[in-house]
Ligand binder design. Structure first.
Ligand code: RB5
Length: 151
């Protein structure tokens, strides 16, 4: 299950991403927002990220105007690794090296076609583990208020 959420600025692109997920037969849950009426991105980042934390969803896709506010909010939550991406290479590497479990788009940065392609490539890519796992463990150390364990 894929969590999807946006603020008002990201609403139209979120709907485009939902159409893509439907076309490709991905199961998803839409955490809002439901219109272009002004709202606050942290509220929607929290709802979608909570679904990752609970295990209801394995990945999440967030959209705001730049992708920045909503990703910062999501990344405050334990276990969330949200990458703001506007190119395919970063999106794939965020999976392979950083085990990103959420991706954030800026609706004012990427067009619908590119967002679809990035989404496809991000969903297809897998975490490579090995030395990258050690680095994820170090991020977890920081999250737990500890200095990252060095080699
Ligand atoms: C809303 O105008 C805008 O600030 C928001 O969508 C986002 O870009 C913030 O990072």
């Amino acid at each position: 299950m894929i969590a999807v959420a946006s603020d008002h600025a990201g609403f139209e692109l979120k709907q485009e991403i939902i159409r893509f997920l439907e076309e490709e037969n991905f199961s998803f849950r839409d955490f809002g927002t439901d219109s272009t009426a002004s709202c606050d991105y942290a509220v929607y980042a929290y709802k979608a990220a909570k679904a990752i934390q609970s295990g209801e969803c394995v990945r999440g896709i967030l959209v705001c105007g730049t992708g920045i506010g909503i990703s910062i909010a999501a990344n405050k939550m334990k276990g969330i690794r949200c990458a703001v991406c506007s190119d395919c290479f970063s999106a794939v590497l965020s999976r392979e090296h950083n085990d990103s479990n959420m991706i954030a788009f800026g609706s004012r940065v990427v067009g619908p076609g590119l967002a679809r392609l990035i989404t496809q490539m991000w969903l297809d890519a897998g975490f490579q583990g090995q030395r990258h796992q050690r680095r994820i463990d170090q991020i977890n150390d920081i999250e737990n208020g500890q200095a990252p364990k060095e080699l």
